[in-house]
Design a protein around this ligand. Structure first.
Ligand SMILES: Nc1ncnc2c1ncn2[C@@H]1O[C@H](COP(=O)(O)OP(=O)(O)OP(=O)(O)O)[C@@H](O)[C@H]1O
Ligand SMILES: [Mg+2]
Length: 302
């Protein structure tokens, strides 16, 4: 990685209201079912920025929410030490995911709301100029950014010496978007951060080493996570390295990937190697799986 000395993380993408529904017993159609319903700030980019703030990293987060929710979401970021730059959508509601938790299942109903209108061109040069790492996710490609928008934003980042990291985000969205088109996006990425399922889908391969090799044809570095399995760090022209994971009985795996990304970016900002950064990602994700929800607890006294 190039020297990022003193530079900030710039996280661009989804900011969401997660509504978690835990019904007391089977859902009864056409009548009431008592449930516990809680609301938490979420979204992949929002969660990564929150964990970066929790780690003490200098971090800017760019997202888009309903105009009436800007202050609420901005306050949640500030409480964790992340600096919000939220676009106010005058029409669309804040993106919302209703997560219905069953015994063995999690059913997610997604309304991307204002996230679909996130404006990449509105990200100003001062933010890019202060950044060492720009992190994007596949969710933005689904509706907010065209491939040209992505190319333009990442070209501006590269011109400013910024490393571009990218989390594909979700196999379902990749499939909906179209594999070929999604692969074109990877040409704009320095470090790709898929989980194994996303890696398999994107590469068309099954074996983990083969997945990494195939993805390296698109971008110069790939960090493949696999839940409680070890992480594979692969760079073009180098031997791939496995980073061990200390598997835990997760309290809640929501946001593990986002916390992993935060740990990795924090380390890259401190000039760690990619293998060292993956190990830092594992440590941060290890904290995330031991607590409920996708974001870290707010530190007392902040
Ligand atoms: N049970 C676990 N114990 C310890 N660490 C875990 C566990 N599950 C996940 N992790 C950590 O989180 C990282 C990311 O997990 P995973 O590969 O499941 O990401 P993901 O599928 O992108 O998750 P998300 O659902 O947040 O998108 C793993 O590489 C690992 O470091
Ligand atoms: Mg993920």
């Amino acid at each position: 990685m190039s020297d990022q000395g003193g530079r900030r993380a710039l996280i661009v993408g989804d900011v969401i209201d997660d509504i978690i529904v835990v019904p007391q017993g089977p859902i009864r159609p056409d009548t009431d079912t008592t449930a516990s319903i809680t609301r938490h700030p979420g979204g992949s980019a929002g969660n990564t920025a929150a964990w970066l703030g929790w780690l003490g990293a200098p971090v800017d987060v760019v997202g888009r929410v309903a105009a009436s929710d800007v202050e609420r979401h901005a306050a949640a970021f500030r409480a964790l030490g992340a600096t919000p730059h939220l676009q106010a959508d005058p029409e669309r509601p804040t993106g919302t995911i209703v997560i219905v938790v069953g015994d063995e299942t999690r059913t997610m109903l997604t309304d991307r709301g204002a996230n679909a209108r996130l404006d990449a061109a509105a990200i100003d040069d001062a933010l890019l100029g202060a950044a060492g790492v720009l992190h994007l996710t596949g969710y933005s490609l689904f509706d907010a950014f065209t491939l040209d928008d992505l190319a333009a934003l990442t070209a501006r980042a590269r011109a400013a010496g910024v490393t571009v990291t990218f989390d594909p985000g979700s196999t379902g969205f990749i499939a909906d978007y179209g594999l070929e088109r999604f692969r074109q996006a990877l040409a704009h990425v320095d470090v790709l951060l898929p989980n194994l399922d996303e890696g398999r889908l994107l590469s068309g391969r099954d074996d983990r080493d083969a997945v990494a090799d195939a993805l390296l044809e698109h971008c110069p570095a790939v960090v493949l996570t696999g839940g409680r399995a070890s992480v594979l760090v692969a760079r073009r022209g180098e031997q791939a390295v496995e980073v061990p994971v200390h598997a835990q009985r997760a309290v809640d795996p929501t946001g593990a990937g986002d916390a992993f990304t935060a740990g990795l970016i924090d380390a890259l900002l401190r000039d760690a190697t990619l293998v060292e950064a993956a190990a830092a990602g594992v440590r941060c994700a290890g904290s995330a799986v031991m607590q409920a929800g996708g974001r870290p607890p707010v530190a007392v006294g902040r």
